[in-house]
Design a protein around this ligand. Structure first.
Ligand code: ZN
Length: 227
């Protein structure tokens, strides 16, 4: 199956993408990771990669035409044949159209769009409790995974700190960006018969995963009936 995964910050999108990949063998295609990987390859014989490096070095947004070109290349890899979990693209209505076209050319289409939403207060509580060890990178949480001794790393006894972006202000901003980026593309997928499922990412990892599996099963049945 080919899935588009949309997730609000703090909804555990990465965790769920990994679980899907492990369980079904579909390839997780994070466009952010793809861009970083391509930019790192530095193949100067490909002008569009060179162009990508320049844009990324300047910290600018990747233009749609370039993104479509890169994705088209990427989809040539055989690992996407048995299904994929797309993450990070599309983010605008125009990009939705580009993606639909691109997939059509390859004889593919999206089978499911899964939106992991969050309750702001719940995520806030979750991320504000996060602590990590600046020395060995071990992660903790004040309520769900506290260190044995308050404020100190179990493994190397270093004082724990909070990540700079784990604050209410940053989260609020990131949620707003997510809303602005995602909302415009939802009506498109809502129009398509039952392809979009919204799942609360505020639940436990296990519950979110179970809900995703249920949605996928429904989508599979629907696909069979259409045939
Ligand atoms: Zn440590």
């Amino acid at each position: 199956m080919n899935i588009l995964l949309l997730g609000a910050p703090g909804a555990g999108k990465g965790t769920q993408a990994e679980l899907l990949q492990k369980r079904h063998g579909w390839t997780w295609l994070s466009t952010g990771d793809m861009l970083r990987r391509l930019a790192g390859e530095m193949t100067s014989d490909k002008p569009h990669i060179e162009r990508l490096c320049d844009i990324m070095a300047e910290g600018r947004l990747i233009p749609d035409y370039l993104m479509v070109m890169l994705l088209e290349e990427e989809f040539k890899r055989s690992c996407y044949e048995d299904g994929f979990i797309l993450d990070g693209f599309p983010r605008t209505e125009v990009q939705v159209e580009h993606l639909t076209e691109l997939l059509k050319k390859k004889g593919k289409s999206l089978d499911a769009v899964i939106l992991l939403s969050v309750d702001k207060q719940a995520v806030l509580a979750r991320i504000e409790g996060r602590r990590f060890c600046p020395e060995c990178r071990a992660g903790y949480h004040l309520t769900t995974q506290p260190p044995k001794k308050e404020g100190v790393c179990d493994k190397c006894k270093t004082a724990l700190t909070q990540r700079e972006d784990d604050t209410a202000k940053t989260l609020t901003r990131r949620l707003e960006v997510f809303r602005i980026q995602t909302e415009p593309i939802l009506p498109y997928y809502r129009k398509k018969k039952n392809i979009l499922t919204e799942i609360s990412g505020t639940q436990s990892v296990k519950q979110v995963s179970a809900d995703i599996e249920k949605a996928i099963e429904t989508m599979k049945k629907q696909k069979k009936e259409e045939k």
